[in-house]
Structure formats: structure tokens, C-alpha cells
Design a protein around this ligand. Structure first.
Ligand code: ATP
Ligand code: MG
Length: 467
């Protein structure tokens, strides 16, 4: 028996008792012969669902619906009618009925409709609760309950409180770096000020300086005759978010560094020294340390930007968040496209949690959006998601019947077993990738850094063993 409670309101004793009996196997049921008695009982507690007959003596079902909705706007009511009276049904739906069913009721259809309605309601409540929680704590909504995300949010809270501290956000594409930048801005004391964004990769390199610092009239051909304020000025009393900061030219890097050190700058073509101090947040998915080695990024600028560095974990580093985020998007796109998906099938859940997610949260969002838009139904399947389940050996890449030693009475040396499995796959991956670490890391759904780190550890262990 679940914890769901249902009110059955029907004046016909046979129908009422039959229905109550059938439902009482799975739910807590209270039955009423009149609308008035059901409405009185609501004062003791509102059930998860009300099955309300339309043709009742005294107060009619539609009048009862109106009264219930007035007092308890969130109450979920399914109307039951003896015949398909379109006008009354339309009226009931307008008054906020969740659904309607026509007698005679087929018990199996009724039970499955009720189950699906309750699941939808439960998910809506769960997501609503989550939203309220996240909006309160994280404004804007950054979904994730894993330790990795909680650690990131802890740092966000701390740096947000200190608007003078530059923050660099790093992480793979689609992990939510921009969302983190917004969270820093809206949690900071400057939250009422502007959040001004500049995508350094989207603007031609030669225009970046005039975008950032503005220009004086006649600074270059095609320039606005009156001159223009730069983004640093627009962001005064707020936050300047420099996205894809790894794409800045060397010359723009030099000017940015000077600006970050003392807040001073010149407009392009100008001679008047100006000064302004917005909060600076930057982000990149490029490996800046490697770019420094290659002479493509200034080391002094890097240290200036990354006074605090926030590393946003990839989705596969926090698989426990995948379903939570998927459900969040399911509800969002259900509403957007007017669909009625209320759950994710167990196979689809497995497919989602074991997928590679190289595009991270953005990829997850896109997959759910496409599935909800294109498909119909209540339960999302792997086929609708366009993902195959790992039992087909597609997503884990491991054959299903790979033998794993069974646990015997003697127990097992688990660390040694894990290590041998790890070594086995690392060697296989390196063989397949012809020794290329980046390719091997990809085959194992690891970042290159993580791959190298673990490989080093394995190698060390082996040399210790040999010694
Ligand atoms: N934790 C999350 N909760 C809810 N939505 C998220 C979360 N993380 C990312 N998103 C959503 O995923 C999409 C991609 O996020 P975002 O643009 O912040 O990623 P990014 O790291 O800046 O990517 P890129 O490196 O490609 O610029 C956005 O639509 C964002 O709202
Ligand atoms: Mg981004």
C-alpha cells in the first residue's frame, strides 16, 4: 500500500463501494455519498486525489469542484460522469479539474489513470520543492545534490561575498560555468547592479579592446560618431563576466592585465585615463596552463584572473545528479510543449546514468528537450531519448557477459581486484589509442588529467611491487 490518499465521492452505493474496495488495495481511501460530506472532511486533511462524480444529489459535482478549488487551489480532482456531457466536462476542466472519466469505469483503465496522475503530481511536488529550495539558496537555479556540486556552491557563497576577488571558472563545455557566474553575481552584494557579459570567442579579435574599454569618437573607420562606453564602464557597480577568456589576443590580454591591477584604462583612441572597478568573473573550457606553456596566454594575467579558481565538475564526475537534472528538464519541457511525461523508465534511467556525456548538462538538456518535443507518452524510454541501454554494450562499452569473479566464503582482496581491473582497461585503452593518452582517456570517459593521474598511480604501485 502506498501513502497516497484518495477521496471517492459518488451517491450510487454500488459504484462507490466497488471503487473504494478496488482502490483500497493500493491507496488509503475514504468514500462519501455527498459532496457536502467530502468538503467537510477536507478540513481534516486534503487527499492526494479526489474522484468526484458529477451527478450528485444536493451540491453537484461541478459546484463541489468549484468550492474545493476555491479553498484548496492545489487539490487534484478527477471528474466522473455517467455520460459524455461535453459542456459540463468543458466547464469542469475550466474550473481546474485534472482529468475526467466516463462511466462505466473499466477498473484496469481507471487504476492506470490514477497511478499516472499520482506519479505526475508527486513529481511536480518534488520538483516544486526542489525549485523553491534552489531558488532560495542558489539563485539562479543550479541543480545538483552531489558532494562535488555542494563543494562548488560553498566556494560560490564565499567568493560572492567578496566583490573585489576575481574568480576564474573552469570546466568542460556545458558543465554550467555561465550559470555559476550568474550565481556569483546574484549572491553578491552587487546583485542589483548589472551583469555584463562578453564572449571573447564570439567577437572578432580586433574589436575586443573597443568592446571592453570603449572608444572615442573617430577612433576608427566605422566607429560610432559619438564614441562608445566600454563594457567595463557598463559593468560599474556590477559584474563583468568574461566568457571564453582563453580566446583573448595577446594585446587584449596586456590591456586587461593593466586594468585588473589598478582599475585604470583608456578608451580606444583616447588619452584620458579612466578608472572603474567592477567585479570580474571569467570562464574558460580551454586549458590555460597549457596555453601558458605554449606562449598563448600570459601567466601574470592567469594569476590575476584566478585569485579564486572554481572547477565545475563534469557530469560523469557526479553521476548521482544526472536523474535529478533530467527530471528538472523533463518538467520544464513538458510545460513548454504541453506534454504529459511523468516519469523516466528504469531502462531509460540506466541509459542516462551510464551515458558518456561529453557535452555535459547542455547535452542532457538537449536530449530531454528533443525527446519531449518529438515523443508522446507518460514514461520516457531509452528509444525516445535516442540512447541505448548499457545491456546492449553500447554505453559502458563493456560486453555484458564479461566474467567477474564471484565472491567466495574467503572474501576477496577488493582493492587488488579493482586495481587489476583498472590496469586491464588502461592498458587496453592505450593499446586501442596507439599510446595517445587523450584518446585513451576518452575511451574510458575520463578527463586527460584524471587519466594521467591514475595511470601514474598505477605505474607507481607496480614499481613498488617490483621493488
Ligand atoms: N546544474 C545545472 N542545473 C540546471 N541547469 C544547468 C546546470 N548546469 C548547466 N545547466 C544548463 O545547461 C546549459 C549549459 O550551461 P552553461 O552555458 O552554463 O555551460 P558552460 O559551462 O558555460 O558551457 P560552455 O563551456 O560551452 O560555454 C545551460 O542551458 C544551463 O542553464
Ligand atoms: Mg559558457
Amino acid at each position: 500500500m502506498t501513502n497516497y490518499s484518495i477521496f471517492v465521492v459518488d451517491d450510487e452505493a454500488v459504484a462507490r463501494e466497488g471503487l473504494a474496495l478496488a482502490l483500497s488495495k493500493a491507496y488509503q481511501v475514504q468514500a462519501f455519498a455527498t459532496a457536502e460530506s467530502a468538503i467537510t472532511a477536507l478540513k481534516e486533511g486534503v487527499p492526494d486525489l479526489v474522484l468526484l462524480d458529477i451527478g450528485l444529489p444536493g451540491m453537484s459535482g461541478v459546484e463541489a469542484l468549484e468550492s474545493m478549488k476555491k479553498q484548496y487551489p492545489d487539490i487534484v480532482v478527477i471528474m466522473i460522469t455517467a455520460f459524455e456531457d461535453t459542456e459540463t466536462i468543458i466547464q469542469a476542466m475550466k474550473l481546474g479539474a485534472y482529468d475526467y472519466m466516463v462511466k462505466p469505469l473499466k477498473m484496469d483503465v481507471l487504476l492506470s489513470n490514477i497511478k499516472s496522475a499520482l506519479e505526475t503530481i508527486a513529481m511536480r511536488k518534488e520538483i516544486q520543492g526542489l525549485h523553491e529550495k534552489y531558488l532560495k539558496e542558489n539563485l539562479p537555479c543550479f541543480i545538483g545534490e552531489s558532494n562535488a556540486v555542494q563543494d562548488v556552491m560553498d566556494v560560490v557563497k564565499k567568493v560572492a561575498a567578496s566583490p573585489d576577488t576575481p574568480v576564474l571558472i573552469v570546466g568542460e563545455t556545458g558543465t554550467g560555468k555561465e550559470l555559476i557566474a550568474k550565481a556569483i553575481h546574484y549572491r553578491s552584494p552587487l546583485f542589483k547592479g548589472p551583469l555584463v557579459s562578453l564572449n571573447c570567442a564570439a567577437i572578432p579579435k580586433e574589436l575586443i579592446e573597443s568592446e571592453l574599454f570603449g572608444y572615442e569618437k573617430g577612433a576608427f573607420s566605422g566607429a560610432d560618431a559619438k564614441g562608445k562606453k566600454g563594457l567595463v564602464e557598463q559593468a560599474a557597480d556590477g559584474t563583468l563576466f568574461m566568457d571564453e577568456v582563453g580566446d583573448l589576443s595577446m594585446s587584449a590580454q596586456a590591456k586587461l592585465l593593466r586594468f585588473l591591477e589598478d582599475g585604470e584604462y583608456y578608451r580606444v583612441g583616447g588619452t584620458q585615463k579612466r578608472s572603474v572597478r567592477p567585479r570580474v568573473v571569467s570562464a574558460t573550457n580551454r586549458g590555460l596552463p597549457q596555453m601558458i606553456v605554449n606562449g598563448k596566454f600570459r601567466e601574470d594575467l592567469y594569476f590575476r584572473l584566478a585569485v579564486v579558481k572554481i572547477e565545475v565538475p563534469s557530469l560523469i564526475q557526479r553521476r548521482e545528479d544526472i536523474l535529478l537534472i533530467a527530471k528538472h528538464f523533463l518538467v520544464q519541457f513538458n510545460t513548454k510543449f504541453g506534454k504529459s511525461f511523468n516519469s523516466i523508465s528504469p531502462e531509460a534511467e540506466t541509459a542516462l546514468t551510464s551515458h558518456g556525456w561529453t557535452g555535459n548538462v547542455r547535452e542532457l538538456k538537449n536530449i530531454i528537450e528533443r525527446a519531449v518535443l518529438m515523443a508522446d507518452g507518460v514514461k520516457l524510454t531509452p528509444e525516445q531519448l535516442g540512447l541505448s541501454t548499457p545491456s546492449h554494450g553500447m554505453e559502458t562499452g563493456v560486453e555484458r557477459d564479461t566474467p567477474v569473479p564471484r565472491l567466495s566464503e574467503k572474501g576477496v582482496d577488493f582493492p587488488a581486484l579493482l586495481e587489476s581491473i583498472e590496469r586491464h582497461y588502461f592498458e587496453d585503452a592505450l593499446d586501442m589509442a596507439g599510446g595517445n593518452e587523450s584518446k585513451a582517456a576518452k575511451l574510458l570517459r575520463l578527463t586527460r588529467d584524471k587519466f594521467r593521474y591514475r595511470r601514474k598511480k598505477l605505474y607507481k604501485k607496480r614499481s613498488h611491487t617490483k621493488a
